[in-house]
Structures are given as C-alpha cells and as structure tokens.
Design a protein around this ligand. Structure first.
Ligand SMILES: [Zn+2]
Length: 275
C-alpha cells in the first residue's frame, strides 16, 4: 500500500523512542500519542510512557510510634496499676501521665503529635504503626507497647512523652536504653545512634533547649523503663518538654508548634534510618 510509509513515519514521529529517533526532533514528537498508537508500541516503550512511582526516602522502612499513656488511664487505676515485669524490676502496667497547669493532658499531647508524625512519615514512604488506636482507652501496658515494636520488626521505634517536673525546670531530653544483661543489649548501640539523631533534629527543628534538669546535653540512659528494657528493636523515649513549665507548656499546647515537633521527630527518625 502506497500510504504505508507515511503511516509508519507518523507512528515513528509519535513514538519516537520506539523508532530510535532523538525524541526531541520533529513536530510530531511533541504531540501527545493517541491511544491507538499504543498498540504499535513495544512493551518497553509502553512502560516508559507511565511515570514510574517516585522513590520515597523511607520506602521499606517500618517505624513504630508509641504515644505515651492513654486518655482514660486516670479513670482505670486498677488496670494501669497492675504490676508488670520489666526485667530490672516490677512496675505499674501504665501511668496517667502529666498535664499542663491549664489541663492539657500529656496523653492528648502524645496522641496528637504521634498522629502528625504518622502522616509525615507515611508521605515519606514508611510503614508506620502506633501502639494505641485512640486517646479514650486504657493502656496498653508498657510491656505490650514494647512487644508491638518487636512484633513489627521496626527499623526504629520512639515513645513520645512530655515531662511533669518542677515549674522552674525546662527543656527536652531523650532517653536511651542501657545494657541490662537482657535482649535489649543487642540494640543499645543502635538506640544510642537513634537517640542522638532525634536529639539533634529536635533541637534544630523546635528550638527547645536541652533539659536544664536531666541528662547531659539532653541525653539520658536508663534501665528502669519497660518500653526500653523489653525492646529488641532500636528504640528511644523523648520527653519533649516540661508541661509544668510555663514556657514549654505554651509551646506544647500550640497545634502549630506540635506540627513543628512532629516534623522534627520525623526528621530525626529519617536521619537515623538513612545513615
Ligand atoms: Zn509520659
């Protein structure tokens, strides 16, 4: 058929990559390929037409976030005061947590910040799991909070808190596990790296000062926390500020500032996971 060469030319113009052309030459190359041309394309050129999903920085990473305490803990003392074994001692299953002087609870704060973190980290490709599903329940026990991170085989886990110290104390600190001759020993080194990454990102992202009352340069190491002692994945706690200090409380009560906190913590986790 005499018309054939013209047709082939047209197709080649439309699907430049399938014909070995430069792809940029010719007016036809700039046109959108009609759907009917796709049938002529080789499998490789068809694939090339679909934009591949962009790689995200935390693709394949699993992160467990533990929002400290729970909103109904205070109404269920029998449940949360049950003694559990944290290897170095027995202690309460969970606690009520603190609050600001105006009544904003630590449980509500940790729930809000943790959910903000989920949204940020999922956008960056991570699989994120929380240790509780609402802020109107009880618990779970600190033993279970650790077990959730372990079962998820988390690449990193963080327990979010705010402190209830004397009003004159202020600033944040990160708590990392110490060796206790137990399963956590294997992740003490990695947890320390995670803690330093979180400390640096939090300081940079929020401007909140290093704790004036605990730790050294906002780093503290403990062997009495069930959430750390029972962890077999890299894990840290952060006390994001002192809710009983007026300056810290004003920040922790601000939704805009909590977004800043969530972003800083997400950045700390990402820096550790990319290192
Ligand atoms: Zn707490």
């Amino acid at each position: 058929m005499r018309a054939l060469p013209a047709t082939v030319l047209a197709v080649c113009g439309l699907i430049a990559s399938a014909c070995g052309g430069t792809g940029s030459g010719g007016a036809a190359a700039g046109q959108a390929a009609p759907a009917t041309a796709a049938g002529q394309a080789s499998p490789s050129s068809a694939t090339a037409k679909e934009a591949p999903p962009a790689a995200k920085p935390l693709d394949g990473k699993v992160i467990v976030i533990d929002p400290g305490h729970n909103g109904a803990n205070y109404r269920n003392p029998k449940v949360i005061n049950r003694q559990v074994d944290v290897l170095t001692q027995k202690k309460a299953c969970d606690t009520t947590g603190t609050s600001t002087n105006s009544g904003y609870s630590e449980a509500a704060f940790t729930w809000d910040v943790s959910n903000r973190m989920v949204r940020i980290l999922e956008r960056r490709g991570a699989t994120v799991k929380l240790t509780r599903t609402s802020n109107n329940g009880v618990g779970p026990c600190i033993t279970e909070r650790a077990a959730i991170g372990n079962a998820a085989r988390a690449d990193a886990a963080i327990s979010v808190h705010a402190d209830g110290s004397a009003p004159g104390n202020h600033g944040f600190h990160v708590i990392m596990p110490r060796k206790i001759n137990g399963p956590v020993d294997r992740v003490v080194g990695a947890s320390s790296e995670l803690g330093i990454a979180v400390r640096d990102a939090y300081r940079k992202g929020t401007g909140i000062a290093y704790s004036t009352y605990i730790g050294r340069k906002a780093l503290d190491y403990r062997n009495d926390l069930g959430g750390l002692n029972l962890s077999t994945v890299p894990k840290v706690f952060i006390e994001t500020g002192n809710m009983r200090n007026a300056g810290d409380a004003a920040k922790l009560q601000s939704p805009a500032f909590r977004q800043k906190i969530a972003l800083a913590l997400a950045n700390g986790l990402q820096h550790y996971l990319e290192a």
